[in-house]
Design a protein around this ligand. Structure first.
Ligand SMILES: [Zn+2]
Length: 132
């Protein structure tokens, strides 16, 4: 949809928790979302975007990180109205449901490269990907 976010070209891996293929995330992304990043080594990690799965990130050695390990509430893992879907502009599920035109705003900002999904979104990818 956009080239705003650095696309990680590493191959997808199946989540050890649910089996769904997850996209690779950069350490730069991980460091911004995991708790106590200074205690962690450089890791090869993938993001699980299955809303039903408790794993947020998983590693090649099958370890998983859940919401409890993340300092950012992961919006796609929650049905709450205040669950964030766009981290760059602070748009939650309820806001998007009430004001569908917000989507156009995000598309416009993304096109103009005003977003910062690689860092702000725990998936490291474009927020629009997870809009309902
Ligand atoms: Zn999973």
């Amino acid at each position: 949809m956009s080239d705003c976010c650095a696309t990680n070209t590493k191959p997808k891996q199946p989540c050890p928790c649910c089996g769904q293929a997850g996209a690779a995330v950069n350490n730069r992304t991980l460091w911004h979302h995991l708790k106590r990043p200074w205690e962690r080594e450089i890791m090869e990690a993938w993001f699980c975007d299955n809303p039903e799965c408790e794993a947020v990130y998983f590693l090649a050695d099958q370890r998983i990180f859940t919401q409890a390990d993340a300092r950012t509430p992961v919006g796609i893992k929650s049905n709450a109205g205040n669950a964030l879907l766009c981290y760059c502009f602070g748009i939650d599920r309820q806001t998007l449901a009430d004001s569908p035109e917000v989507r156009d705003f995000v598309i416009r900002q993304t096109r103009d490269k005003q977003c910062d999904c690689e860092i702000c979104n725990p998936s490291g990818r474009c927020c629009l990907k997870h809009f309902p």
